[in-house]
Ligand binder design. Structure first.
Ligand SMILES: Cc1ncc(COP(=O)(O)O)c(C=O)c1O
Length: 413
């Protein structure tokens, strides 16, 4: 449960930070990390989490992840630089992603980051680097791609079922200075099912046992793609079961324990949405209520860009905070965003009491919202951190409102 905010608090936050802002709940994040890890540690002793940086770029949040012992999982040179700036050391970074240029790769090799290769071109850069730097050791792995029973195969990594990934490992093991220490996969499926995690873990383990025969296997990394704690309003919108951390722990970690009874490689996971979604709320205000044809239309200072930029079909849970005494009722009203885009509709049918000036609080917006907000019509709002264990300090601003200067600093005027 997130710390609740009162009407008085919201009023003050609006006057200080404007008509829209995010609230990040520090303790929900810490609890999610703890609950995720302990669900796996119940069944397997050697567990390590990596923070999926692409899911949320807020430096204060990345810093918290580091304080809680997470590695950083990055997928570009930009993300790599971001986490270094936040305080991560090279050897605490996992470098993933389909596009890593030569310079970015060499910096990661130099820094002792773990590089998870996605193409032969990257391995060519590794060979050249090691020729120039004899005596240097580079820790690495290969992102493996299996058929896990989805209608389409993922486009990432090396196919582990046609010999390609195996050839890559043979090549890597033969290079002086190259130290393949683990194996990786990540699949993103809409259902995030236990069965799918069972399949990927089994295939990854079987493949690791084959290619690492006679070599030290330091880790098995099953990536992200888990469900996290969901409010009923969201879980009801899925036509399939939404497993808990406990369910995933039992499925994945138990398999690891059975397959590695004595020498236990580290089980790495890169959870994104599952540990971040429930950490943030988005607050906006009602600007107007009018009637067009038979439909009541409520316009707010938020947009789909703030709460559901990936255009998934789920409707985000929200509640109205009345900011004045009123009993103004609407029936089946549409809640539309600030953009001029016709389908910028935050809720297609709302019934209840609501009035101009009221606030609307959307839940569950901590994943992929901050990073996907385009510079379209309005700047990105401030982010305020709530810490219930620090009651003396009401909120801490961890990102300010984006101004015109910030948005246009790269343009020539
Ligand atoms: C390599 C990798 N790891 C982890 C994640 C996090 O996934 P999720 O947010 O579904 O947990 C992603 C997301 O795209 C990814 O590409």
């Amino acid at each position: 449960m997130q710390q609740s905010v009162t009407k008085v608090q919201l009023k003050r936050l609006h006057s200080q930070y404007g008509d829209s802002f995010y609230l990040f709940d520090k303790n929900t994040f810490i609890r999610n990390l703890h609950d995720f890890r302990s669900a796996f540690e119940k069944h397997y002793q050697n567990v390590q989490l990596a923070y999926s940086v692409k899911t949320n770029y807020i430096p204060a949040v990345i810093k918290l992840a580091r304080q809680r012992g997470l590695l950083a999982e990055v997928v570009s040179g930009l993300e790599y630089e971001l986490v270094k700036r936040v305080g991560y050391q090279g050897n605490e970074i996992i470098f993933n992603g389909p596009v890593k240029d030569d310079e970015e790769l060499c910096r990661a090799f130099e820094d002792d980051a773990v590089v998870q290769f996605d193409s032969c071109e990257e391995i060519r850069v590794l060979k050249q680097y090691l020729c120039r730097n004899p005596g240097k050791k580079v820790r690495c792995a290969v992102r493996c791609n299996f058929d896990i029973g989805e209608p389409e195969r993922s486009r990432f990594g090396f196919d582990a079922e046609n010999g390609d990934a195996e050839d890559m490992y043979k090549d890597l093991f033969s290079i002086d200075g190259c130290d393949p220490i683990g194996i990786h996969c990540h699949f993103s499926t809409p259902h995030r099912s236990l069965n799918s995690f069972k399949k990927r873990t089994e295939k990854l383990i079987r493949f690791a046992q084959k290619v690492f025969s006679g070599h030290d296997l330091n880790y098995i990394n099953v990536g992200g793609g888990f469900f996290g704690p969901l409010p009923e309003h969201l879980s009801n919108q899925f036509s399939y079961a939404t497993p808990s951390f406990e369910d995933y722990g039992e499925t994945v970690a138990k398999l690891m324990d059975q397959q590695f009874p004595s020498q236990k490689p580290v089980l790495i996971m890169e959870p994104g949405i599952s540990v971040l979604a429930s950490t943030m709320r988005f607050v906006c205000r009602v600007v107007s209520i009018k009637k067009i044809g038979k439909k009541q239309v409520i316009t707010v200072t938020g947009s789909l860009h703030n709460i559901r930029p990936t255009h998934s079909s789920v409707e985000m849970p929200f509640h109205v905070m009345k900011m004045s005494q009123h009993e103004n009722k609407v029936e089946g009203a549409l809640i539309g965003g600030y953009t001029c885009v016709r389908n910028d509709i935050l809720c297609s049918s709302f019934s209840g009491e609501i009035q101009t000036g009221d606030s609307i609080v959307f839940d569950h917006v901590g994943a992929y919202n901050i990073v996907f907000k385009p510079p379209f019509i309005r700047g990105a709002p401030a982010v305020l951190m709530i810490d219930e264990h620090n009651p003396g300090r009401d909120v801490e601003m961890i990102k300010e409102n984006e101004t015109l200067d910030m948005m246009f600093s790269a343009y020539m005027f």
